[in-house]
Write a protein that binds this ligand. Structure first.
Ligand code: NI
Length: 181
């Protein structure tokens, strides 16, 4: 396993559409392992393959505090979404920043797992936000284009007391955006 370098906003790879994965190969297996390791090392909750320079339709998500509930989504597609949530969002490719983004509150997606078996994943709140955010990366979209108002420096944010409804950070965990993480 190895940590991969996370590409930062401004890198053209983050604006490109990723290609579907047709079959599992040792290279893709290694990519999945490395992406999980990179995600856990970064303290984020999701990472998409283009963020490590690979234009493949693959994302990994783990919103658990213990980093023991990995979701591996290959060729994911959102099949249902409803409701609305507003919250601060961040991205590992835009370190130290966050901004207000409106997302559906409930999302259901279809994908393949690491064995290339069809799976469905469903979530609300942070999980729904993470699914939307990571799938956007596969289409070359970065959350900063969805930010309502300013893109803040995390250092300038006032800590939020009631973390639950404000908590959402696909990027680095900070007390300011995640409450007590
Ligand atoms: Ni991101």
């Amino acid at each position: 396993m190895a940590l991969r370098t996370i590409r930062e906003y401004g890198d053209p790879v983050l604006t490109k559409k990723a290609k579907p994965i047709k079959e599992m190969t040792p290279k893709i297996e290694a990519l999945i392992r490395d992406m999980l390791e990179t995600l856990y090392d970064s303290g984020g909750v999701g990472l998409a393959a283009p963020q490590v320079g690979m234009l493949k339709r693959l994302v990994v998500i783990d919103i658990s505090e213990e980093q023991n509930e990995p979701h591996i989504l290959i060729n994911p597609e959102i099949i249902e979404s409803d409701g609305e949530q507003k919250g601060m969002e961040g991205c590992l490719s835009v370190p130290g920043k966050s901004g207000m983004v409106t997302r559906p509150n409930h999302v259901k997606a279809r994908a393949l797992n690491e064995k290339m078996e069809p799976i469905e994943i469903e979530g609300v709140e942070l999980m729904a936000r993470a699914i939307c955010h990571e799938l956007d990366h596969l289409d070359g979209k970065v959350y900063v284009d969805l930010v309502e108002g300013e893109l803040y420096d995390n250092d300038d944010l006032v800590p939020v007391e009631d973390e639950e409804d404000e908590a959402a950070d696909m990027g680095q965990e900070t007390e300011e955006t995640n409450g007590e993480a």
